[in-house]
Ligand binder design. Structure first.
Ligand SMILES: Nc1ncnc2c1ncn2[C@@H]1O[C@H](COP(=O)(O)OP(=O)(O)OP(=O)(O)O)[C@@H](O)[C@H]1O
Ligand SMILES: [Mg+2]
Length: 588
């Protein structure tokens, strides 16, 4: 049968949508695509270069960064180095000295194995390599976009790789990088993880000439934790070992009281490789269940050593994840090991937290706050409670019951209203922080010296002006330490360490959520900071019981907030148990 379309003119629209011919991409483009998977940001370069140094047996690694790694990343080591032939070969794709057969792929004992890191870095940057292998003349190479421009002699011991102008030929990638302080914090985190995984090696990190780390080789992990996070945290950690169970486990778990508002101090290492692993993390959280409040995050360092046959490292382009052949075995053992560690701390009277969410929670509209019932003697208060201008200080309070260190019960037209005192206070303070144009500062008579995690330190010192806007006067003291001279007057600060670490994580989260330089970044930071600061300034559970006057004032203040139903983290502030509910409970 003749083709009905034969001779018909091709419509321009069809031409427009015609699929292009399939072709093999040019080598240069293939390399850039491959590099995109391995080298996501400057911290990826730092991670890959450090891993190479460790694989080369280095005992001391020095990292120098300039302009968040966009200008320069230089990693020097005292490892075994390379001869000239290897140095030239190292930048080829799939060039590795670490594996040679498929069997090796399931028996990986080194950090690297794919032979693609150096070639990926070289395709998106300019590299200078100096390397000397024991007893042989050294080599210096200059490489631009994977092309070797010059080969010379060198006498630098070990290996030094200087990566400059990262992403110079992939401007889109450069554009997607976050602010310098966020990129610096990722770099610091990469060095921190490597330093924790390799306590016996020394690490130095300098960012823009400022020394962030100078870690001499440590004798054990606790010493390394102490070098990085300070003595206080190291002393608050309990450890446990579990061996001969198909894997060796070493866990270092923070006491429940050291739990944080963020997941910032949580590290998992599998065969010495820093990874993110849901199974391990979930097991740790399960072990802490009931010991810390639901919104808190434990501090932990978990080291899993497992036969390479039982774990696949080849599942993530940047090797950030692993796949265990038996997840439940890992889960059960990690949970057990953390419980063992915690049992060394939690022997006495430990506060228990209910881990299950109250499913019966009702979110209240603002009007419900007007329906609180008062006895005749409180008639005066009842009339004023709807008067939003009224200041309750010194006025009559409302009868209330203080329950469980956190809750307050008052009468309500529908029955009983239970108030989460902390959540309600947090909502009020949150909106105050948010709406405040100018933060008044309180100067400290004795300025507080605060040692932070290196990545937090790097964020804060890069945002001193922003901190000023919130009423903090903070000064750089070097060695991951800041001096807090003044703080916003709305805060009731107990622990400057926790406070400043929270402030750093807000700035970091905001920068990570929004694009660099977005106009609403400032307001986003403000919102996050307001929520954290509100939490710090709000009355905690188990504090002194608030009296009836404070309850009256609290309810009034809560009523005039924009969103009285929940605290800034979404937890309800109030809950009504109606007479109908009670009838049901008592089967009436
Ligand atoms: N600092 C160093 N000291 C000595 N040799 C090095 C160093 N860095 C790289 N090499 C050599 O260069 C080779 C290529 O390094 P590259 O990082 O590209 O691949 P890899 O480490 O083998 O695998 P991966 O891509 O998984 O990291 C390594 O196998 C190693 O032999
Ligand atoms: Mg490598």
């Amino acid at each position: 049968m003749a083709n009905a379309y034969a001779g018909a003119p091709v419509r321009p629209r069809m031409l427009k949508y015609r699929m292009p011919d399939i072709k093999i991409l040019p080598e240069d483009l293939i390399n850039k695509i491959a590099a995109g998977e391995v080298i996501e940001r400057p911290a990826s370069v730092v991670k890959e270069l450090i891993e190479n140094s460790l694989d080369a047996g280095a005992g001391r690694i020095r990292v120098d960064i300039s302009r968040a790694g966009k200008k320069l990343i230089c990693v020097s080591d005292n490892g075994r180095g390379m001869d000239r032939e290897d140095a030239v070969m190292a930048f080829e794709r799939h060039a590795t000295s670490k594996i040679s057969s498929e069997d090796d792929l399931f028996n990986i004992k080194t950090n690297g194995f794919r032979g693609e890191a150096l070639s990926s870095i070289a395709s998106v940057s300019k590299i200078s390599l100096s390397t000397t292998s024991h007893g042989i003349a050294g080599t210096r190479l200059e490489i631009v976009g994977r092309r070797i421009l010059s080969i010379q002699d060198s006498s630098v011991p070990g290996t030094t790789i200087a990566v400059s102008e990262l992403f110079y030929n992939t401007p889109a990638r450069l554009k997607f990088l976050k602010s310098d302080s966020t990129e610096n914090s990722h770099i610091t985190e990469a060095v921190t993880s490597a330093a924790l995984a390799n306590a016996f090696a020394g690490f130095d990190l300098k960012i823009d000439g400022r020394e962030l780390f100078c870690l001499p080789p440590a004798t054990d992990i606790i010493e390394r934790i102490s070098q990085i996070f300070g003595m206080e945290l190291a002393e608050d950690i309990c450890s446990a070992d579990l061996r001969g169970i198909g894997m060796d486990l070493r866990v270092f778990a923070g006491s429940p009281s050291s739990a944080r508002n963020t997941r910032a101090v949580q590290y998992v290492f599998v065969n010495g490789r820093p990874v993110k692993d849901q199974t391990v993390s979930y097991a740790v959280y399960k072990a802490y269940e009931g010991l810390i409040p639901k919104e808190k995050h434990p501090v932990f360092f978990v080291f899993v050593d497992i036969s390479p046959q039982k774990v696949d490292f080849n599942v993530h382009p940047a090797k950030r994840e692993v796949r265990f052949s038996d997840k439940s075995l890992v889960f059960n053992h990690v949970k057990k090991a953390v419980k063992n560690a915690l049992s060394n701390i939690c022997t006495g009277d430990v506060q228990q937290y209910n881990s299950c969410q109250d499913s019966n929670t009702v979110h209240l509209p603002a009007e419900s706050l007007d329906q609180i019932l008062y006895t005749e003697s409180e008639a005066a208060v009842q009339t004023t409670i709807s008067d939003t201008q009224q200041d309750y200080t010194g006025s009559t309070g409302i009868p209330c019951l203080y329950l469980g260190g956190t809750f307050v019960a008052v009468r309500h037209t529908e029955g009983l209203m239970i108030i989460d005192y902390h959540a309600a206070h947090e909502r009020i303070n949150y909106e105050r922080f948010l709406n405040s144009r100018l933060f008044e500062s309180v100067s400290l008579l004795f300025p507080a010296q605060v040692q932070l995690r290196p990545s937090e330190y790097s964020i804060l010192i890069n945002n001193l002006d922003l901190l000023k806007e919130f009423g903090f006067d903070v000064e750089d003291f070097g060695s991951n330490t800041i001096i807090v001279r003044s703080y916003p007057d709305m805060l009731s600060v107990g622990d400057f360490g926790t406070l400043m670490s929270d402030v750093a994580s807000c700035i970091y989260e905001s920068d990570n959520t929004l694009g660099r330089g977005e106009i609403n970044m400032l307001s986003d930071v403000k919102k996050r900071l307001a929520a954290r600061l509100a939490c710090h300034s709000s009355i905690r559970g188990r504090s002194e019981a608030p009296d009836s006057f404070r309850i009256a004032k609290l309810l009034q203040d809560l009523k005039v907030t924009e969103n009285p139903e929940c605290c800034p983290h979404g937890r309800p502030t109030t809950h009504i148990v109606s007479i109908a509910d009670m009838n049901k409970i008592f089967k009436r």
